[in-house]
Design a protein around this ligand. Sequence first.
Ligand code: EPU
Length: 343
Amino acid sequence: MQLEENIPLAPLTTLHVGGAAKYLAKIASREDLVAAVNFAHGEELPVFVLGGGSNVLVRDAGFPGLVLQMAMTEPASVFEESEDFVRCRVAAGVDWDAFVLDVCERGLAGVECLAGIPGLMGGCPVQNIGAYGQEVAETIYSVTALDVEAMRFVTLSAAECGFAYRQSIFNTSARGRYIVVEVTFLFETARVVELKYAELKEHFAGKQPTPMEVYYAVRRIRHGKGMLLVAGEADCLSAGSFFKNPVVSSLEFQRLSSGFKEVPHWPAADGKVKLAAAWLVEQAGFEKGFAMGQAGISSRHTLAVINRGGASSGEILALRDAIVGRVRERFGIVLEQEPVMLA
Ligand code: EPU
């Protein structure tokens, strides 16, 4: 295991802000992982697992512990076929979009709407990534992780992972306990693409698309919204959606819609209502392209807070606080930050 000291974290994240890690270890194998976690335990250091850095906000003061940079890329994608199912094992350090492409090229449906999401495999079950009508929870069969309390590798079934909107046990009840090393997916060979998102339905206008066709359509839509991170393009120093879409009770929704016309909303679990955080942010006075110092809002999607170039983490946090404050004043709703805070 290679251990480095005082490593700047900004270049390892898509927002490009924040300070250095006290220690950083590249994790290329399960042995590396065990050695690194033992080191952290011995030194009583906090541990943070960094994948693609696409959903992380690092503070300017940096991180006073050990960052594990996930670099486990074996198995890259092992497909095991039976008559009705295809199972696929993928290591935590494999690029998410490369995996999606691989699955779509085999004609398998189930993750095609998740094309173009930046980041690595290990992060996908943690926040149950979702987009364009699909969530990774639909196809995950199990997750293998190091249990850092028992210091042994365990395999959790999808049910044990407790998936919900942008949520799993890994970022709630068991936060910090498991480090994902491998994810197993199960695809039904007979499954065909099912489109739920309006823009995609319109795009294919009643035709039955292949997973590959959806893969490219989703990437195009994401690109138009600045949600495809293309190095060097404007709006691309971002961590994707900066806030979760708030889920409120139907009573709360009624209260809101009596005061405001045409509040965008969707049905959520348990009779609740999901609101569009982007709409709330816009209505609170933050338009696309809004700037506050070097922090700003993407010119293509109101939900993406961006680094306009050379921003500090403090500037991003100041804009976050301004948005949260104004949305609370105007709507009585408290927005929840989506990117994980590294601190
Ligand atoms: N809207 C605006 N202004 C905008 C964009 C959107 O008012 O600039 C409103 C509209 O009413 C629109 C609604 O927000 O109908 C929803 O917008 P969109 O379909 O673009 O999706 P989103 O709810 O803003 C979520 C995910 C994205 C995912 C898209 C597509 C969250 C927090 N975000 O965004 O995920 O790509 O749906 O399914 O759930 C991410 O998590 O980083 C991410 C990019």
